[in-house]
Structures are given as structure tokens and as C-alpha cells.
Design a protein around this ligand. Structure first.
Ligand SMILES: CC(=O)[C@@H](O)[C@H](O)COP(=O)(O)O
Ligand SMILES: NCC(=O)COP(=O)(O)O
Length: 264
């Protein structure tokens, strides 16, 4: 049930947000990606939005050439995006829903509602050699549809958990735990992300079965004060602490069950 370690994908969109704010050449997300890798990032995530508000095509093409880890390209399910992914062939492509006017990604991909389109996109991307992931809400119907669509990987949207008040957060957390369990049982690789930060990452990292967390905004924001390398390293430290706590709790749970079986 437990992957041997939990990976950190660093999303560098907001380095590009700063660059685009002035239309300058700096700060360069490609330079940020290499620094993040040096600090321990296991992969680099970029979201090439249809309105090109931050990451540009040039960034995606250059990253494909220079990354030492692997690129996770987040994109909408549109013909131009699929064509670009087929040309660049990132190691991972994460299909996400997109609304032009949104501040950030608001909900998960509706795989149930757009089943044929998503299934066809999964097939095209797999044929191009990409590992396909679907960014979905922790919803059993969406997980089952993702599995039927042939996606090997899902990314659970942690936004509702991250934004919830303390009471609602527990409900959202249990939805994520149940979703991860269901997806692992179906044989899916399970990632998670959105809205994770230095104060909520440990509990998410403790969820059994997770493979990778994708985190961007909080890391780039902290980098302004401590530098990107320290910001990545601190996130990774907290993430691993959470993962190890989850592992200890799972082993304790199994031992407890074992003792209980012997008593009966
Ligand atoms: C799909 C997802 O959860 C985010 O990674 C997404 O990339 C957010 O988009 P912005 O970086 O534009 O906020
Ligand atoms: N898929 C989630 C991601 O890449 C990062 O999201 P955020 O940390 O910027 O909210």
C-alpha cells in the first residue's frame, strides 16, 4: 500500500507570473527549475494556460531540454495543447480543467461528464510516451471514471481541504484519505496537490498511498524571503516528516489489528 517514498514536484508557474508582470526576461522559470532540482525537487510542474498568463511555450520547450528530473505539464484538454504535448513529449502530462477568468484552478476535471474526450486524450498522450494524470476532486465517481478512461495516474485536488475552515477541513481530509485508498485499490498511482503550504503539508503527506505532492505557490512565495533552495528544502523536510508519521501510524494500526485477531 505504501510507495517507498513520497516525491515532491515543484510548480514554478509563479516565477513566470512575476516575469510576465513586466514583460522582462527575468526571473526565468527555467533557472528556477534547475535550482529547485538542486534543492531536492523530484520533478518540475508547469501549467501552460491557454491565456499564457505565466508559463510560455518557450519555457516548456526549454525545460524539456534541460531538466535533470522530469517535467509534469499541466494543461487543458484542447487540440492545440494535445498537439504541443505530442511534439514536446513531457514525461508526465496532467490534464486539468481551465476557465479563463479564474484566479487559479477551481475544481477537478469532470471525467464523468467528458468521458470520451478524456479517454481519447489519454490514449493520444500514452501513444506519445507520456504518463497521463487526471487532476480530479476526491470523488469516487471521478476516480472510477479516470480508471475506466485508462489514466495510469490521478492527482487529487487538495484545494477544498486547503481552503476549508477547521471543522470542514476534517471532512475534506477524510474524503482525500478515502479517495486515495480507493484509487490505490484500483491500481492507480495517486498524486495530490493544490493550495498546499508549510502548515498543512504534513497531514497531507501522512495519507497512505500517495506517490507525489505538487506544490507551487507557497514555495515560490517563501522563496522571496529565504531563497528558492531553502524554500524547497524546507518543504521537502516537512513532507518527509509527515510521510514518516503516516508510515508509523499505519504500522501501529496493523500491529493493533494483529493483536486483536490473536485475542479472538
Ligand atoms: C492544476 C493545479 O492545481 C495547479 O497546479 C494549477 O497549475 C494552478 O494554476 P495556477 O498556477 O495558474 O494557479
Ligand atoms: N497541481 C498543483 C500544483 O501544481 C501546485 O498548486 P499550488 O501549490 O500552486 O496551489
Amino acid at each position: 500500500m505504501y510507495p517507498p517514498r513520497l516525491l515532491l514536484g515543484v510548480n514554478i508557474d509563479h516565477i513566470a507570473t512575476l516575469r510576465q508582470a513586466r514583460g522582462t526576461r527575468y526571473p526565468d522559470p527555467v533557472q528556477a527549475a534547475l535550482l529547485a532540482e538542486e534543492a531536492g525537487a523530484d520533478g518540475i510542474t508547469v501549467h501552460l494556460r491557454e491565456d499564457r498568463r505565466h508559463i510560455q511555450d518557450r519555457d516548456v520547450r526549454l525545460l524539456a531540454e534541460v531538466l535533470n528530473t522530469r517535467m509534469n505539464l499541466e494543461m487543458a484538454v484542447t487540440e492545440p495543447m494535445l498537439a504541443l504535448a505530442e511534439e514536446v513529449r513531457p514525461a508526465h502530462v496532467c490534464l486539468v480543467p481551465e476557465k479563463r477568468e479564474e484566479l487559479t484552478t477551481e475544481g477537478g476535471l469532470d471525467v464523468v461528464g467528458h468521458f470520451e474526450t478524456v479517454r481519447d486524450a489519454c490514449q493520444r498522450l500514452a501513444a506519445a510516451g507520456c504518463d497521463v494524470s487526471l487532476f480530479i476532486d476526491p470523488d469516487p465517481d471521478q476516480i472510477a471514471a479516470a480508471h475506466r478512461a485508462g489514466a495510469p495516474t490521478i492527482e487529487l485536488h487538495t484545494g477544498a481541504f486547503a481552503e476549508a475552515d477547521p471543522v470542514q477541513a476534517e471532512t475534506e481530509y477524510q474524503r482525500l484519505v478515502a479517495a486515495a485508498e480507493m484509487a490505490v485499490e484500483l491500481g492507480l498511482v495517486v498524486n495530490a496537490g493544490h493550495g498546499l503550504h508549510y502548515h498543512n503539508v504534513e497531514v497531507i503527506a501522512a495519507i497512505p498511498g500517495l506517490h507525489e505532492l505538487n506544490i507551487g505557490h507557497a514555495i515560490i512565495a517563501r522563496a522571496l524571503f529565504v531563497g528558492l533552495k531553502d524554500a524547497v528544502a524546507e518543504m521537502k523536510r516537512l513532507m518527509i516528516a509527515g510521510y514518516e508519521a503516516g508510515l508509523v501510524a499505519a504500522i501501529d494500526g496493523m500491529e493493533h489489528e494483529h493483536e486483536h485477531d490473536h485475542e479472538h
